[in-house]
Design a protein around this ligand. Structure first.
Ligand SMILES: [Zn+2]
Length: 163
């Protein structure tokens, strides 16, 4: 993804409350390897349930606040992240919900989805034995990840006021 600045980050969230924005933890942007990211995802160290997912939809930067479901999944089974399609131990995949932008979200509507628990799908699709991380395979998985992230953020941002 294209690099983002702290100001852009602060201004891009479509479904955050004022309080969530005021307390937004800014991730380490200087350490980020942008060309190996389809989206920027991070969890909140102070609030265990909150997470943030930011990506470019064309020229528009769209940020979504997500909330991890309490409890997590039963250990010992496998689960699949709905964004990167990696199958992992269930403890590493989490159900997150995101409030819709606009009036629907204010009325309490949310969308739920399974995502890698650390919101690091871009890292997951580039990790593993060499035959799983060939250039072609990573490019193919990155494209799928981008499409599925866009589908998700589109659904959340649909009623957001135009930026
Ligand atoms: Zn994932």
């Amino acid at each position: 993804m294209r690099q983002v600045t702290e100001d852009e980050l602060r201004g891009c969230f479509v479904n955050a409350t004022d309080r969530e924005l005021a307390q937004l933890p800014i991730p380490g942007l200087h350490e980020t390897i942008w060309e190996e990211r389809e989206y920027l995802g991070w969890r909140d160290a102070r609030s265990a349930r909150l997470g943030y997912l930011v990506h470019w939809q064309g020229d528009r930067l769209v940020g979504i606040v997500v909330r991890a479901a309490p409890g997590g999944m039963r250990p010992g089974i496998a689960a699949m992240c709905a964004r990167c399609h990696s199958t992992q131990p269930a403890t590493q995949v989490r159900m997150f919900s995101a409030r819709l932008a606009g009036p629907q979200g204010e009325a309490g509507s949310t969308v739920g989805t399974y995502i890698c628990e650390d919101l690091a799908c871009s890292h997951i699709i580039r990790s593993g034995p060499p035959h799983l991380v060939s250039r072609e395979r990573v490019a193919w998985r990155a494209e799928g990840l981008e499409q599925r992230v866009t589908r998700f953020t589109d659904r959340i941002a649909r009623d957001a006021p135009a930026a």
